[in-house]
Design a protein around this ligand. Structure first.
Ligand code: BGP
Length: 470
């Protein structure tokens, strides 16, 4: 739809940026922090580990001052479970509470709203050794950890996100480093983990409403609208299949407390059904999120696949590169879209489409907690970083988000990935996303100097004009 009149962003729109603890903080074993699965995972020889990252743990004041200079109204970060409860289910570590208290205070002192993810891929390694999310006790430990967070910060944090990209942990655990290698049937085990996480999430949402009546809470999956490869009705069914398995399975449970029927039938047919205990479905039904947070990078495109297909997509996928599954869908590249140097498709119009679909299905306010362009940025001899490609990318995304607002979608914030450079989930520091350049290489830490990229100044004037000057 093209409108004759445009709509503006709401005056109290949360312009901001995102990070996650293990990718930005460093100080991986400092002040009593326990190790997480991200600290113990094997990284490839060509990429750095997460030990120092951007050293935000020691630079947080300087970093927040830079966010404030850009005009951030919100900062979305995650709390490392292993700082708060080093072994996941034992003693609380006062030093961990202290760090996040200081971080929240610093945000507040700069009129920045903290938007806090409780769990972003960094399960305590001690819990992984007990079976990770395949063990129901770990889900109970998550609920206890949430209770500690609500007790410590419940009167200061107004927006909580439960679990970052649960759907990607289930669909692309290998790329993210969260798969349970000990399971005999890895896929079935993943859907059991998924169920435990969903029940834990529901308990945590309910607990939040009981303990922090002024706070709001929501899930934070990675959502990509799925296009059919052609107008062939069979391709349309394939697109619906992937939409159900990739997107709606997670949000239907979070919002309506029921398994998506198409996803359920798929799980049943492929012998992947989780064990559901008595009372679980009631717990799922009782919990209600206040909003939906989602991460968007691009869309997916699906073609029909029969049970006899041998090749259904690439052999190596990640959060934004689908793998395909025979009899379900073939993953294909969309010929209308360009790709980044990391092979991720770029689809700003798909952002509008995804926002529309999510709002039409769930009618809950939406905040975008990730979106961005990972590229090989270059620090020039004169100390500048001319990331014009990132400006172009974000300009198009924001323009389409504005169209979605004109469509009637209630979007209340945009926190692109990432506020500052950090370590990519599986591509090291060379895949940069930030508005602020952190001067370090893969293995040479240098001085970790913070340098404003060109996108920093561009985003500053976007925020200053409340999204009018793109
Ligand atoms: C999302 C994750 C982030 C971040 C981002 C970019 O899936 O929530 O943690 O890593 O993707 O991905 P990558 O680092 O793989 O480029």
């Amino acid at each position: 739809m093209e409108y004759k009149q445009t709509k503006k962003f709401p005056d109290d729109f949360f312009w901001g940026g995102s990070t996650s603890a293990y990718q930005v903080e460093g100080a991986y074993a400092e002040d009593g922090k326990g190790l997480s699965v991200q600290d113990t995972k094997k990284v490839t020889d060509s990429t750095t580990d997460f030990k120092v990252a951007s050293d935000h743990y020691h630079h947080y004041k300087e970093d927040i001052a830079l966010f404030a200079e850009m005009g951030f109204k919100a900062y979305r970060f995650s709390i490392a479970w292993t700082r708060i409860i080093p072994d996941g289910d034992g003693e609380v570590n006062p030093k961990g509470i202290e760090f996040y208290q200081k971080l929240i205070d610093e945000c507040r002192a700069n009129q920045i709203e903290p938007i806090v993810t409780m769990f972003h891929f960094d399960l305590p390694d001690a819990l992984q050794k007990k079976g990770g999310w395949s063990n129901k006790e770990v889900a109970n430990a998550f609920v206890r950890y949430a209770e500690v967070l609500f007790t410590s910060f419940g009167d200061q944090v107004n927006y909580w996100l439960t679990i970052n990209e649960q759907n990607m942990m289930i669909l692309h655990g290998a790329a993210i480093g969260t798969t349970n290698s000990k399971a005999t049937n890895v896929k079935k085990d993943l859907y059991q983990q998924n169920h435990y996480m969903l029940v834990a999430q529901a308990k945590v949402m309910k607990l939040c409403h009981e303990m922090c009546p002024n706070a709001k809470i929501g899930p934070a999956p990675n959502i990509s609208e799925v296009y059919p490869a052609t107008a062939d009705p069979k391709d349309f069914i394939a697109a619906q299949n992937l939409n159900a398995i990739r997107n709606w399975l997670y949000l239907d449970i979070a919002v309506y407390g029921r398994y998506n029927p198409i996803a359920w039938s798929y799980l049943e047919d492929r012998d992947l059904l989780p064990e559901i205990e008595e009372g679980d479905m009631e717990i799922l039904k009782e919990a209600k999120p206040d909003f939906i947070a989602f991460n968007y990078y691009n869309t997916s495109t699906a073609a029909y696949s029969s049970l006899d297909d041998q090749v259904v997509g690439p052999t190596d996928g990640d959060q934004q590169i689908e793998l395909g599954e025979k009899g379900v869908y073939k993953a294909v590249y969309n010929p209308y879209l360009k790709r980044t140097n990391f092979n991720w498709e770029i689809d700003p119009v798909g952002f509008r489409a995804t926002l529309r679909s999510v709002y039409e299905r769930y009618a809950l306010p939406i905040i975008i907690t990730e979106d961005g362009l990972g590229e090989f940025d270059q620090l020039e001899a004169d100390g500048t970083v001319n990331d014009h490609y990132r400006i172009d990318y974000l300009r198009d995304e924001i323009r389409e988000m504005k169209h979605a607002i004109a469509d009637g979608v209630k979007v209340f914030g945009f926190c692109p990935w990432s506020a500052i450079d950090l370590v990519s989930t599986h591509s090291g520091v060379k895949k940069r996303y930030g508005f602020v350049y952190v001067d370090r290489d893969e293995f040479d830490l240098k001085e970790l100097k913070r340098i404003r990229k060109n996108s920093f100044f561009w985003y500053q004037q976007v925020i200053n004009s409340n999204g009018e000057n793109l």
